[in-house]
Design a protein. Structure first.
Length: 67
């Protein structure tokens, strides 16, 4: 089996520690509390989507206004 035939794993989202370390490297200071909260909320949403992508798409379709 070629490497191209192997199923690929979805890329794992970064951890909170990764976020803080990268933020400090890029900006030279720690993220604000609000930035940390925003990241954690994004991370939770990403984990939910990765767990069941179909449920997210269905929920999104139910919240959109019909044209």
């Amino acid at each position: 089996m070629d490497a191209q035939e192997l199923p690929t794993q979805p890329e794992l989202p970064p951890t909170l520690q990764d976020f803080i370390v990268n933020y400090v490297k890029e900006n030279g200071h720690s993220p604000s509390g609000r930035e940390v909260v925003d990241f954690v909320m994004w991370l939770q949403a990403t984990e939910l989507i990765m767990r069941d992508p179909g449920a997210f798409e269905e929920d999104l379709a139910n919240t959109m206004d019909p044209l």
